[in-house]
Design a protein around this ligand. Structure first.
Ligand code: SAM
Length: 265
């Protein structure tokens, strides 16, 4: 976590005290009961709620929480109406008739891209290095397993690995079960820190930083992947410094840079 993020663990209902205390000890954060969002000394709260674990920005006009919800909201909408294997991300990782590559998503974040790939039938390993994001992901995966049979089948293909991906990838190189595709979506460093960047996004950025080691991550990915590396970038962003991609697929706001190593069968 970057130093600018000031965070405490919070709970409201006594039934969540044990879990909240566990989290505050694990993360070395203060524990609050029933905080007033409008007058809070912390920039954000990691809240244990009946709905799940939520990262809540504070302040008088605080937006909603950042959390992992694979069952409802935007993720459910994309699963049901998002275009299936016609989506650009599916083409980028090489999903086609009879081909469902094993993917390592080495920048798991809130798991949205991993979930899309798992709903298309890929086995996905999600690697994340920031402890608070790991906890949000684990919580979202746990609820998905319990709350919805269809979504439970999808998340059964998702395995969370708590690690730095550069180290993890170095351990995969040469293994028979190494990922066929390594998927990389690092934070893109925005120079513009104005109100244009949504507050939730700023909170996420404060937690994870700018992923300044994306070049090293690409290098490790290229050494470990069996078939291809896919890098997601904002549409007009420069490529990550290093070898040039073999192909680029551009959509409305994002672009996929594909580094082909070996044909996917
Ligand atoms: C832009 S977000 C990814 C969003 C994700 N694709 C999604 O769909 O939710 C980047 C994430 O990658 C993680 N990350 C960046 N470099 C990493 C590394 N070397 N090892 C593990 N996680 C990393 C960051 O902590 C952050 O959570």
């Amino acid at each position: 976590m970057t130093e600018s993020a000031s965070l405490a663990v919070e709970y409201t209902h006594p039934e969540h005290l044990t879990r909240a205390r566990e989290l505050s000890e694990q993360l070395g954060l203060n524990l609050l009961c029933g905080a007033d969002l409008g007058r809070c000394d912390y920039e954000s709260l990691l809240r244990v709620t009946r709905e799940g674990l939520q990262l809540q920005p504070t302040g008088r006009k605080a937006p909603g929480p950042v959390w992992v919800d694979f069952v409802g909201g935007a993720v459910a909408h994309r699963r049901l109406h998002g275009g299936g294997s016609g989506q650009l991300i599916a083409k980028a990782v090489g999903v086609r008739q009879g081909v469902r590559p094993r993917v390592a998503d080495v920048t798991a974040g809130l798991g949205r891209d991993s979930f899309v790939l798992a709903s298309l039938g890929c086995e996905v390993q999600l690697i994340e290095r920031v402890p608070v994001i790991q906890l949000l992901l684990a919580d979202g995966l746990g609820r998905a397993r319990q709350d919805d049979l269809e979504v439970a089948e999808i998340v059964a293909r998702m395995q969370l690995i708590e690690a730095d991906s550069i180290t993890w990838l170095a351990e995969q190189a040469g293994r028979e079960d190494r990922p066929q595709v390594v998927y990389v979506d690092p934070m893109f460093p925005h120079s513009d820190k104005s109100a244009l960047v949504k507050k939730e996004m700023r909170l996420f950025r404060d937690l994870v930083g700018d992923d300044a080691d994306a070049g090293l991550l690409l290098e490790a990915a290229l050494a470990a992947a069996a078939n291809r590396v896919v890098v997601k970038r904002p549409r007009k962003a420069p490529v990550i410094p290093g070898p040039a991609p073999s192909v680029q697929l551009a959509g409305k706001s994002s672009r996929y840079d594909i580094y082909a190593l070996k044909k996917l069968a």
